[in-house]
Design a protein around this ligand. Structure first.
Ligand code: EPU
Length: 445
């Protein structure tokens, strides 16, 4: 089995109050890399993915592919993984379950496995604790392609009694994962698939680029419509993914919150336009060059703002948590309306224990009514600032919340203990090396 060097440490003691200054590098986007790895299952030849970050999610997907008979190895180029799907085979659901842990990637194996083996058996799915995160859209679209879904106590058994058929689909919400499900299934289904209300995140566009390299025919039309003409066979691919815009935005927020100055090599302006506008509005400064973006905080005149998270091209929900830490350092009242996940503001409780005074509301504050309004979801926040953060004992709740706690601890005066930092390795490559490069003061317990 492929081994990547991801060193795990559970508790960090962070001595905060120092600006983070220096240069770090971001590589392939977590939320594209894992999907491109799954796409390799569809090819009849070897696929090569470059610039793959050393994160726990990559290890999990490598293991899942290996359980299904795909040979995964390191390539010659830096950060290259090579996938050989010649001997794809069935895996035991218990092994998938044990290996996947809380990852939601197994659901995306369904389309490729239905094409290759006629069936897929996947466990119940986890993911970050940021909301219910159901898979009903995924199962609905698979059924519309002609798959039969059988819910069993040990998991879901999904089979294709005959070749899957292209179909007309419309999503109730532009779900990223379901759009990927449709793409990974429709490319080898018989005939044309039309998907309305599709997600159009840059990572989706990059997955389409991967599939096109493999021989797929996919058009991206106006108003969130994708059209996919199924083909009989696909080849392998060679691809260098877009870089991780969530990680880049997270480090930008760290520069802001600690009054530091961070050059993020690999950060790319086109995918970060929305983030950069918000960063500038709150008093952040940035400079774009050919290789990356430098982020720092401009003077003392930081401003609060009203912000809604949304699907692309809106402000990503994954940037929200690090941004909230930055907002605790701006002057005035900021309002955040989280419209993608119903439960992605719980992490603010620990920030309040560090001196912030964030209040959560069930109402849709500051913008349009969303799916979560007038229900029992605390999905709007009022963030007053500036507040002086002080050290605390905190436990990482989820991936992005965890990184945000790290930022808060780095910004706070004194010595904080951050528990459960392993979770951060799911999506932040070698973050301790990066903290070292930025002069952070911390100790591993
Ligand atoms: N939804 C349903 N039913 C479904 C699928 C989704 O109700 O069957 C709902 C979800 O509960 C949520 C909304 O639709 O309220 C959007 O979910 P989506 O399917 O778009 O999210 P995802 O594909 O599960 C990916 C990323 C997330 C990122 C979201 C939104 C990966 C592996 N995960 O999740 O990333 O927040 O899209 O952009 O690509 C992260 O990186 O930390 C992370 C959570």
């Amino acid at each position: 089995m492929l081994r990547q060097t991801v060193d795990m440490t559970d508790v960090l003691t962070v001595n905060g109050g120092q600006p983070l200054v220096g240069e770090i590098t971001v590589r392939g986007a977590k939320n594209l890399v894992s999907k491109a790895m799954v796409a390799a299952l569809l090819g009849e030849g070897v696929s090569r993915l470059r610039g793959v970050p050393e994160i726990a999610d990559v290890r999990i997907v490598s293991g899942l592919l290996e359980l299904h008979g795909v040979a995964v190895s390191a390539g010659d180029v830096d950060g290259e993984l090579v996938f050989d799907p010649t001997n794809v085979e069935r895996a035991h659901v218990a092994d998938i379950d044990a290996h996947a842990g809380s990852s939601r990637i197994p659901i995306l194996l369904c389309g490729p496995l239905l094409h290759r083996l006629g069936e897929a058996f996947i466990p119940d799915l986890g993911g970050c604790r940021i909301g219910e995160r159901p898979i009903n859209y995924h199962l609905d679209v698979l059924r519309q392609f002609g798959a039969v879904v059988d819910k069993r106590p040990e998991g879901l058994h999904i089979r294709a009694p005959q070749r899957l058929q292209g179909t007309r689909l419309e999503l109730p919400y532009p779900s990223v994962g379901t759009t990927e499900q449709v793409l990974l299934t429709a490319v080898r289904a018989q005939g044309l698939t039309e998907l309305r209300n599709a997600a159009i995140e840059p990572e989706i566009m990059d997955l389409i680029a991967v599939l096109q390299k493999m021989g797929a025919i996919i058009s991206v039309d106006t108003d969130r419509v994708l059209r996919i003409e199924g083909v009989d066979a696909l080849t392998g691919y060679t691809h260098r993914p877009i870089n991780d815009r969530i990680e880049a935005g997270s480090w930008a927020c760290a520069a802001f919150a600690t009054q530091g100055d961070i050059y993020v090599k690999g950060a790319s302006q086109p995918e970060m336009m929305t983030f950069l506008n918000v960063f500038r509005k709150i008093g952040g400064a940035f400079e774009v060059d050919d290789l990356g973006i430098r982020f720092w905080r401009e003077g003392d005149a930081q401003r609060s703002l009203v912000l809604e998270t949304d699907v692309h091209p809106g402000f990503m929900t994954d940037w929200q948590q690090p941004l909230v830490v930055a907002l605790t350092q701006t002057s005035g009242l900021s309002i955040i309306h989280e419209t993608v996940y119903e439960n992605r503001l719980g992490f603010t409780q620990a920030l309040n224990e560090m001196g912030a005074t964030i209040a959560l509301y069930r109402e849709c504050l500051g913008g349009l009514a969303c799916r979560f309004g007038q229900r029992n979801f605390l999905h709007s926040a009022v963030v007053p600032g500036p507040t002086k953060l002080h050290a605390a004992q905190i436990t990482v709740p989820d991936l992005r919340g965890g990184f945000s706690y790290l930022i808060a601890a780095l910004a706070a005066e004194g010595s904080s203990r951050v528990h459960g930092v392993d979770l951060i390795y799911r999506g932040y490559e070698r973050f301790q090396d990066k903290l070292d490069a930025l002069g952070a003061q911390y100790a591993i317990e």
